[in-house]
Structures are given as C-alpha cells and as structure tokens.
Design a protein around this ligand. Structure first.
Ligand code: SAM
Length: 306
C-alpha cells in the first residue's frame, strides 16, 4: 500500500549534522542519516541548506516481497538511488531488481540528464520510504569527476565543476570571467580550459603554469576594493575568497546593482559557526540557489545563472 507523506525527508551530511539539526529544529535523525520533517513550514525562514539531498515528495510503501517493492518503484520512474541504514541484504537484492544507475566518475563538461533520480530506503522487511522527486540531480546528491592530477594546482576545481554541472551551463570561449581569490589557480585552470578569458584576482600569485595559460591574467589586488566598473562587463563572476559571509554579500550586492555581470558562483565560507542569516539573504537573491555541494567542506555555494 502506498501512502503519501505530508512532509519532506532531508538526507544529512555526516560532518554537518548539527547544522542541519539547527535548521530543522530537531535534534535526532528519523531513520539512519535521514530526517523527516512533517511540517516544513516550521523550518527557520523556510530554508534548509546543510543537506546532501531533499526528498521532496516522500511516500511510504508497505509490500509483501522485494520483487513487488521494486516493481512498484519501476512503475513510477526509471532511476532510484538507495540510502540504506538497515536491511542491507534485502536492500541490495531490491537494488539489483531496479535499473542500473551508474556511479562512475563523470568527465567535465558533462550535461546531467533531465530524467529525475528518486531516493528510497527500507525501514523494515516490509516497509520503505521513497520519493520520486529530489532536490539534487545526482543520485543521493553525490557526483564524482574524472580528476586531472597534473594540470590544476589544487583540487578546488572539483566544486566549481560540480556547481557548473548543476547549473547546466558553463563559460564558453571568449567569455569574460572574474576569478576572485584565485590562487593557486584551480578555478582559473578550469575556466581557461574552457577557452574563457580569466581575470584572476588575488594578492597571492598563481602557479606559473596557470599564469602561462592562454587568456589568463593575474591582478594582484584585494578583490573587494576593486569596483565593478574597474573589471566589468563580465559574463561570469566567480569567488572563492576566504572571508566573513557578510563581506561577500555586500560586494556581490555592488555587482548586482551595477548590472555588469549576470552569472555568479561564489563559495560562502563559514568562519566558525554557520552564518544562517547571511545564507538566507543570498538565497533570497532572485534567480539564485544556495546548496551544499558534494565537494564543499564547511561552506555553501551560491549559484546564480541567467
Ligand atoms: C581557498 S583559496 C582559493 C583557491 C582557488 N579557488 C583555487 O581553485 O585554487 C582562497 C584565496 O583567497 C585569497 N584571498 C583572501 N582574501 C582575499 C581578498 N580580499 N581578495 C582577493 N583574494 C583574497 C587568498 O589569498 C587565497 O588564495
């Protein structure tokens, strides 16, 4: 029997469970790493950012056999990713009866398919919770890439790749990009490889091989004291500066007010405690989203593309 649930399920990030609990206003998970909140209107200001994936339309299914349960999910849609915390053998058996879902590392650029990826878990031998619609386009919110171990001087480019894949859009040849807080050059490397023209701003230098890439120029400066008119117009603004979130917000507002750039990807780096208030202000900027990427650490990513 299939029973829709009225709330949502939030898949926690093990390292940031306390942040998620603070957002949801509950202090224990419902099932394994999963938090079920019946009344989502009760979330502080209506937003939850410190999660790996949100199950947007969950339902409970009681079933007689695993074969019956797998058939019920297949009848809804093709793609389903499990989060198992109990019933591991039955869960593996059930997954083997669902269409194969590749977890292989992706190349970049990669166009993520528009087909939805659902989520499910087993509560006991005859009960599961599932949702056909989830907030992340990736199974369980997880994506890995075919890494380049030679070119980039840091692994920070992975979160930029993830943000661009999530946005389903990336700079093309000749696009003007600002990379604020660019040293040692992982993001600049990723952008220059796309053929973009990159102004890399940082007081610290970039690796020599990145500076030698076509289209790259280094501006030795504090990014926040450069005015939009000094650098714009731009197709893209990227920022990975370590700073207090309000400082980043104030600078981004100046760029938005200037109208000189429309596409933005910025890391909101938490200094000590998470800054929920500034995060909500970023999320309220029209046309934007704030997410915790799989490749983020104690930080969130603000993404706005037009
Ligand atoms: C996390 S690192 C950036 C890593 C880079 N995205 C990469 O892929 O290699 C942060 C950088 O921000 C720079 N930074 C800090 N404050 C800055 C400011 N006000 N203006 C420009 N850069 C700044 C630091 O020098 C540091 O290189």
């Amino acid at each position: 029997m299939l029973t829709p649930l009225t709330g949502q399920v939030y898949e926690g990030l093990p390292a940031f469970a306390d942040h998620l609990q603070a957002e949801l206003g509950i202090d224990t998970a419902s099932w394994g790493p999963l938090y079920y909140l019946e009344d989502t209107a009760s979330i502080g200001q209506g937003s939850c950012f410190w999660n790996q994936n949100i199950w947007l339309a969950p339902f409970q299914l009681t079933f007689g056999s695993i074969t019956e349960a797998a058939a019920a999910l297949r009848d809804i849609q093709r793609n389903w990713a499990p989060t198992l915390f109990t019933q591991f053998r039955r869960g593996a058996l059930m997954q083997s009866q669902l269409p194969f879902l590749s977890a292989k590392p992706r190349p970049f650029p990669w166009s993520v398919p528009h087909t939805p990826v659902g989520a499910w878990t087993l509560l006991d031998a005859h009960t599961l919770i599932a949702s056909a619609h989830c907030s992340s386009p990736f199974p369980r919110g997880v994506i890995t890439f075919e890494e380049d171990k030679e070119g980039p001087p840091s692994r920070a480019y992975l979160k930029l790749w993830e943000a661009l894949v999530r946005l389903r859009k990336w700079p093309g040849p000749g696009d003007r990009c600002l990379d604020a807080g660019a040293s040692p050059g992982g993001w600049t490397w990723a952008l220059a490889r796309l053929g973009a023209k990159v102004s890399a701003v940082d007081r610290a230098p970039l690796a020599d091989r990145i500076l030698a890439m076509p289209g790259v120029r280094w501006i030795r400066h504090d990014a926040f004291t450069l005015k939009p008119e000094d650098l714009g117009p731009l197709e893209w603004l990227f920022c990975d500066v370590i700073c207090y979130p309000p400082r980043l917000y104030e600078w981004i507002q100046r760029w938005l007010d200037s109208g000189l750039c429309s596409n933005f990807i910025c890391t909101i780096k938490m200094q000590g405690k998470p800054d929920f208030e500034t995060t909500r202000r970023f999320a309220a900027i029209p046309g934007s989203q704030v997410v915790h990427l799989y490749h983020n650490k104690h930080e969130l990513t603000w993404i706005r593309g037009v």
